[in-house]
Design a protein around this ligand. Structure first.
Ligand code: SF4
Length: 256
């Protein structure tokens, strides 16, 4: 996706980057509520594989793939001992079954080799830097997946960035980055204490309902005055398209 980063100068914007982050968090909480994490924490390895399954598909399909995988292989040892094709058959509904099944099998073997079992033993005691470094050392695991394990399972103050969050933060002018990984790096340490989960979750919902990738609904956007997106006036004037929308509140990683 092309991100137009440059046409509105910072001088024209109302707030500093920190001010914009605070306004965005507050505005999205007023608009969509303050999301709360479930009391029960998911096991970090469950979360790692659940997030791997969510790559390049929607939350509903990847949730179904995760349910089918757990149904067919109740333990990770069962999955590790199964053939790649059996894993692929179980996760078919989630898309990219061949690539993901190979990755899951390889990941489970590597975890067993490094940790002596199918558990990320000791991860609760690692600092955030070590969590990201160790998890991204596995094939197919990037910043987003590692940060999701840290935020959703380990309840750390860390802010995962997917393509949607990357898009919205660039449009708002909070970052000026080319890739989600660069946005992830730029945002660490910038989120007020206790707000990483709320901001992450609300940005994803906002990206599904208002700041859409192709036709952002700038005319109804409560962040319009804060936004640095050069085309916001054009999209504000465009007719709003009524369309079929997925449930904006369904978040796969809350369901693991
Ligand atoms: S004004 Fe438009 S581009 Fe900017 S945040 Fe709102 S919907 Fe997104």
């Amino acid at each position: 996706m092309k991100i137009n980063n440059g046409a509105v100068s910072d001088a024209k914007l109302k707030h500093s980057v920190k001010g914009k982050i605070d306004v965005a968090i507050e505005t999205l909480e007023q608009l969509q509520g303050t999301p709360q994490q479930k009391h029960q924490r998911a096991d970090p390895l469950d979360m790692l594989i659940g997030t791997l399954l969510s790559q390049n598909t929607n939350d509903k399909n990847s949730h179904q793939a995760y349910i089918q995988l757990r149904k067919k292989f109740p333990t990770w040892k069962n999955a590790a001992e199964a053939s790649v094709s059996a894993i692929a058959a179980a996760i078919r509904v989630g898309g990219m079954k061949n690539q993901k099944s190979r990755r899951i099998k390889k990941l489970l073997h590597e975890i067993h080799r490094q940790f002596g079992g199918y558990k990320l033993k000791g991860i609760e005691r690692w600092d955030n830097k070590k969590i990201i470094e160790r998890l991204t050392s596995f094939d197919g695991i990037g910043y987003k997946t590692a940060a999701c394990v840290a935020l959703f399972s380990l309840r750390r103050e860390i802010f995962p960035v997917d393509t949607h969050i990357h898009r919205i933060l660039n449009r708002l002018g909070i970052v000026r980055t080319k890739t989600p990984d660069k946005t992830f790096e730029a945002m660490q340490g910038k989120i007020p204490e206790g707000k990483s989960y709320s901001f992450h979750t609300n940005l994803i919902r906002f990206g599904r309902t208002v700041c859409l990738a192709q036709r952002p609904r700038c005319g109804i956007c409560p962040l319009f005055d804060e936004c640095a997106f050069p085309e916001k006036e054009k999209f504000a004037a465009a007719k709003l398209l009524a369309g079929k929308r997925r449930d904006p509140n369904f978040m796969l990683l809350d369901e693991i």
